[in-house]
Design a protein around this ligand. Structure first.
Ligand SMILES: [Zn+2]
Length: 435
């Protein structure tokens, strides 16, 4: 009887909501016309006085003809600014967000927070990431499938954040002491080919968009790069991911894991320093993406006390950054494809695009640097027909910057004024006067 009443209430509730909807005007898709003084479309054209027409979440047209604006369209005038496609960060850890609570080390917060709290807090990092002009991220490693939860909440409109492509647990070798009677958490731990196959399949079954594998040591204030997985294990992970039409990202701080990851056919190589020339040549030949993540160590150096690292790692980390930059320089010169990854973690969100500054220091033009966060990143995601450019059929992901990012990459990093994701304006600083 009680159940009946609840069902009836639900039914009435639903029909009441339905009634309201029915009275609204027919569901015409909202159309927006966005005017830019200049527009770099990432398709090879720099437009003057461009108008981008966005219908619902997609771009319908790019034009200079005001007569092409459909009647009733909302016009957004950004003619003082330069338009770019929404940017893509291919290496984040969105769920490893922490606040900078004074006196409380961020490392400690992470281990204290239950997953539900972490996901809820992570909305702040997601917003800061959007405000930096990043409308899409590839998230490379989370616990408890918090990344899948966050991706789905964002896609449902329950959380505001960049579009996420996620990997679940990254695969890593056994690395904790054995304790009798205590089962280690299953997560991403996999040793030997059969376990690698199981854990890759487990991530895909859980709903991961791609696979991540840690092929070397090195994380946080540890900048060692000793190879962990052997070639056969890496190859098994790559082949299994590809069998399921998933891409794989492989972490290696040092050259040995990098060499085997590239030879095994990884889609992207994260971090790697000191790569030998043969590996760099092989990457150029195969089209392997290099995601050097140089800037995250800068963030660690700037914030080590807040994070809670022990003193004494600064010298080796500074040296690592120099080697990281030098490897990037060599790889760029050899024609290796790059994608921009920040490795944003803790409270680094919002600084996601600072990596572009390092790319220019490594020898790229600002335009080449912008490609790493647009067309190249989209290709690495396998979404090159929907993301990373301003053209008909692409997602309505647009940003406006103040100045000329093709002359000065800092404009794209520090002068972000307005952000649209999937046809919705998610950040707008155009009205704020900065002094
Ligand atoms: Zn990472």
């Amino acid at each position: 009887m009680k159940t009946m009443k609840i069902l009836l209430a639900l039914f009435l509730g639903a029909s009441w909501v339905g009634g309201i909807c029915a009275q609204d005007k027919p569901s015409a898709k909202p159309v927006k016309a966005v005017r830019f003084g200049k527009l770099w479309d990432a398709k090879g054209k720099l437009w003057t006085n461009a108008i981008v027409i966005v219908e619902a979440d997609r771009i319908r047209a790019v034009t200079t003809d005001a007569a092409a604006i459909p009647a009733g369209a909302e016009t957004i005038d950004l003619s003082k600014f330069t338009g770019l496609p929404g940017l893509i960060d291919v290496h984040t850890h969105m769920t490893i967000y922490t606040d900078e609570t004074p006196g409380e080390p961020m490392l400690k917060q992470l281990t204290n927070n239950p997953p539900a709290v972490e996901v809820f807090l992570a909305r702040k990092g997601a917003l800061r990431t959007l405000e930096a002009g990043v409308t899409t991220v590839r998230d490379l490693g989370a616990d408890q499938y918090m990344d899948i939860a966050m991706r789905d909440l964002i896609n449902r409109g329950e959380m505001i954040g960049p579009r996420m492509f996620v990997c679940g647990y990254g695969l890593y070798i056994t690395n904790t002491p054995y304790k009798p009677g205590i089962n280690p958490p299953s997560g991403g731990i996999a040793d030997g080919v059969p376990e690698v196959l199981r854990v890759v399949r487990q991530q895909i079954a859980a709903g991961a968009d791609l696979i991540k594998l840690y092929a070397s040591t090195g994380t946080d204030d540890d900048v060692t790069g000793f190879q962990t997985y052997n070639y056969e294990e890496i190859k098994a992970a790559v082949d299994t991911a590809h069998k399921f039409s998933k891409k794989i990202a492989i972490h290696s701080y040092g050259p040995d894991g990098a060499r085997d990851a590239v030879r095994a056919g990884t889609d992207s190589l994260e971090h790697a320093t000191d790569m030998d020339d043969a590996t760099i040549q092989e990457m150029a030949k195969r089209g392997t993406f290099y995601v050097p993540t140089i800037d995250h160590n800068r963030y660690y150096l700037d914030n080590w006390q807040k994070i809670g690292y022990a003193n004494g790692f600064q010298e080796k980390t500074k040296a690592f950054i120099e080697r990281n930059l030098e490897t990037a320089r060599k790889a760029h010169k050899a024609g290796v494809k790059f994608a921009m990854g920040s490795d944003a973690i803790y409270a680094m969100f919002g600084q996601n695009t600072r990596e572009l500054g390092w790319f220019v220091r490594a020898g790229m033009t600002p335009e080449q640097a912008l490609r790493t966060a647009t067309t190249n990143a989209a290709e690495l995601l396998g979404k090159e027909k929907e993301l990373g450019a301003v053209a008909p059929g692409y997602f309505g992901d647009l940003v406006a910057v103040e100045g000329d990012p093709l002359a000065d990459i800092d404009v794209a990093i520090y002068k972000m004024k307005w952000v649209m994701k999937g046809g919705t304006v998610v950040a707008d600083k155009t009205k704020v006067q900065l002094h």
